[in-house]
Design a protein around this ligand. Structure first.
Ligand SMILES: NC(=O)c1ccc[n+]([C@@H]2O[C@H](COP(=O)([O-])OP(=O)(O)OC[C@H]3O[C@@H](n4cnc5c(N)ncnc54)[C@H](OP(=O)(O)O)[C@@H]3O)[C@@H](O)[C@H]2O)c1
Length: 308
């Protein structure tokens, strides 16, 4: 039973020790020390090359070290290989913290205060009650649901949008493209926590922004490919969007001189809303390996036909 690891070396050392302790029958190899390629049953990687995949004839499972799989060329992963994404409680927790931070920053006009401070101006803003602030979460999966739970305590007016219908206590739920306009029309602060797929690429575009109430806030913590960057700039220009908090970008790191760097109505963070924890991610992998060996369903098994 052999696992091949090809990712950050430091995390690999921690995962190797954890698996050696709790799953001693598993041999842990670190790329490029592949040994006999036909031994490898499990591959843990961020972006495995087609050459590597083709060289492993007995591969059963590919574990992504991240929560998404959009960075992988899934078409190059042989059909019989299951793809499993990372569901890590520490990653989920830090994403919820980020969403709360960003929602509160927009809700309480933090960008206006930073701007006023820089100009030496004492400029009090009106206070809107949380129950009157309509938050809309795109993506009601692992991360979207956790963010909703974290936002509940403030009493916001919450809504969510997903592909298939959901029922969530205290949350106005919308599903499918037919209900997107209704969802956006009631959303003062929009949070994108969608996976990047053929269907969701470019979803934060001019059309979407014009369906939001004028001056709405936009938070993108999904992927850079969700946002049409020039459309955000023009929506900020004409006031259909009031401010944005962005963690992910089409090109990362963001290029020097990109207009987002200096835009007064945009806050950027360098793709650090959350991150797979070294220990907690290893425990998530261990849990899934145990489930797989026991013939139980794993957490985060990707449905290839949906792309997430
Ligand atoms: N910025 C960061 O640091 C960071 C960190 C981790 C993850 N992420 C991003 O967050 C994403 C979400 O993660 P997750 O674990 O919450 O994913 P997940 O559990 O797979 O949930 C995805 C959600 O999106 C919905 N969805 C998918 N396609 C849709 C469509 N075409 N229309 C409407 N809704 C759609 C799904 O609907 P159903 O419920 O109907 O299936 C589901 O509710 C990841 O894919 C990754 O890109 C970012």
């Amino acid at each position: 039973l052999v696992l091949l690891y090809k990712s950050e070396p430091e995390r690999g050392r921690i995962w190797r020790a954890l698996l050696a302790e709790h799953l001693p029958q598993l041999e842990f190899r670190t790329w490029p020390d592949v040994g006999q390629p036909e031994d490898i049953r499990y591959l843990v990687a961020w972006e495995p090359s087609a050459e590597l995949l083709e060289s492993l004839p007995n591969l059963e499972l590919l574990f992504s070290v991240g929560a998404g799989i959009d960075h992988m060329d899934v078409a190059r992963v042989p059909d019989q290989v299951g793809i499993v994404r990372m569901i890590d409680p520490a990653l989920t927790q830090s994403m919820s913290e980020y969403v709360v931070m960003a929602v509160l920053a927009l809700h309480r006009n933090l960008l206006d205060y930073i701007d006023a401070q820089r100009r030496g101006r004492w400029a009090p803003q009106g206070i809107v009650a949380a129950r009157e602030r309509r938050i809309g979460i795109m993506g009601l999966g692992n991360l979207g649901l956790a963010a909703i739970d974290a936002l509940r305590q403030f009493g916001f007016d919450l809504a969510g949008w997903s592909r298939t219908p959901r029922t969530i206590d205290g949350v106005d739920c919308f599903a499918g493209s037919g209900s997107l306009a209704a969802f956006l029309g009631r959303t003062d602060i929009l949070v994108c926590l969608l996976p990047l797929t053929e269907k969701t690429r470019g979803i934060l575009c001019r059309r979407t922004f014009t369906m939001l109430p004028s001056g709405a806030g936009v938070i993108n913590v999904g992927r850079g490919g969700h946002l049409v960057e020039p459309d955000l700039l023009s929506a900020l220009e004409d006031g259909s969007v009031g401010a944005a908090v962005l963690d992910v970008f089409e090109e990362e790191p963001l290029a020097a001189g990109h207009p987002f760097w200096s835009h007064p109505r945009i806050v950027i963070t360098p793709h650090r809303a959350s991150h797979t924890g070294a220990m907690t991610g290893g425990q998530a992998l261990l849990g899934n390996l145990r489930r797989h060996l026991a013939g139980e369903p794993m957490h985060g098994l990707v449905r290839r036909e949906l792309g997430y």
